[in-house]
Design a protein around this ligand. Structure first.
Ligand code: MRU
Length: 352
């Protein structure tokens, strides 16, 4: 059994100098860590996708709030409280789709409320503790998800994934890639087919980078090759992450996920989603209520600084799509595996 317990990089970390993040925009060619010294810098990093992936941006936002609190400690109590609320709103304005971001901010607000009779120093210290706890819990949740999901992976052959739902998208280990890591640790002989994932290329740049580092066999394909390999019988399962899952199981994930799910159904291939409970939004009944982020058209018209579409031609850039629950074979969480009907199974896993 190979042991992949320790990843050799850190996606996001709290340090005495500030919030440290691996700059994912530069991977795989450069491995650069940024030290962010204000909540404004953290918000900007989330917006520009220095850090990305639903669980990772939740943890980053929590650290951004904690950093804002630490920097505001000298203010009078009432100004300290209003500054904290300002920082929470700033974090909430960064990216709209991944519900983990709002879940994390709400958790920080709860800590602030419960400590409101204490001095700013103490409130700030509590917020730092909470953000660090979220980071630890996120990685632990990924490892539990891996244990629940490994049995669903085929014993050998190709598993397709879309975008990056790995250690880079979480505090470590990953959701979809965590399930793959756990399956490989259990001795399964899996090769990952990584969709390149246009336009930001999270599959080609990030999934391929982190799997190659762990010596898990990975082959990059362009997004439009998935159907070809499925029809040839070369894909045994699909597993992806999620940015927000509605109460009925409808799942928002990186743009292109819906097409992969429909292709999987057409070809009789199981399609799995792996996500922590913090990604499940029981307040919304269906995926129609999920806000879809529209990003800068430049991500489509350019690759890095190279223009690839004619000047003046508009481009659309919805960053996510919603896969209807009927295409999803199972949703793997840290609390267990949900099967249809999801309205019941997801509520049960959430203890409702
Ligand atoms: O735009 P991104 O890179 O933040 O989108 C990320 C995804 O769509 C991931 O699949 C999702 O957040 C799950 S990450 C464990």
């Amino acid at each position: 059994m190979s042991d992949l317990r320790e990843t050799s990089f850190h996606t996001v970390e709290w340090t005495d100098d500030g919030v440290v993040m691996l700059d994912q925009r530069l991977l795989p060619t450069e491995e650069v860590y940024l030290v962010l010294k204000s909540s404004e810098e953290v918000a900007d990093a989330i917006r520009k996708m220095v850090i990305r992936g639903a669980p990772a941006i939740g943890v980053a936002a929590a650290m951004g709030v904690a950093l804002g609190a630490v920097r505001a400690v000298g203010l009078p109590a009432d100004r300290f409280a209003s500054r904290l609320e300002e920082v929470c709103s700033l974090m909430a304005s960064t990216r709209p789709t991944a519900v983990n971001l709002f879940w994390a901010i709400e958790r920080m607000r709860r800590v602030t409320r419960s400590a409101s009779d204490q001095k700013p120093e103490r409130i700030a210290a509590r917020l730092v503790e909470e953000a660090r706890a979220m980071r630890r819990e996120d990685e632990e949740a990924c490892r539990r998800m891996g244990r629940h999901g490994a049995a669903l992976m085929p014993d050998s052959g190709n598993v397709l994934t879309h975008c990056n739902a790995g250690a880079l998208a979480t505090s470590g280990y990953g959701t979809a890639l965590g399930v793959i890591r756990a399956a490989v640790e259990a001795g399964k002989k899996i090769t990952v087919l990584a969709d390149e994932t246009r336009p930001f290329l999270q599959g080609a740049r990030l999934t391929a980078w982190e799997l190659a580092r762990d010596n898990i066999p990975v082959t990059v394909i362009t997004d439009n090759m998935a159907g070809h390999f499925m029809k040839k019988g070369e894909i045994g399962a699909v597993i992806v992450g999620a940015d927000r899952i509605a109460a009925n199981g409808d799942t928002a994930n990186k743009i292109g996920t819906y097409s992969v799910a429909v292709l999987a159904r057409e070809n009789g291939i199981p399609f799995f989603v792996a996500a922590p409970l913090s990604t499940i939004d029981l307040k919304i009944p269906t995926g129609d209520h999920i806000p879809i982020e529209e990003r800068d058209a430049r991500e489509v018209t350019h690759i890095r600084d190279q223009r690839i579409a004619p000047d003046g031609v508009p481009a659309a850039n919805p960053a996510f799509d919603v896969t209807p629950h009927r295409y999803i074979s199972a949703i793997i969480t840290e609390a267990g595996v949900a099967r249809p009907p999801y309205t019941e199974s997801l509520a049960r896993l959430n203890g409702i």
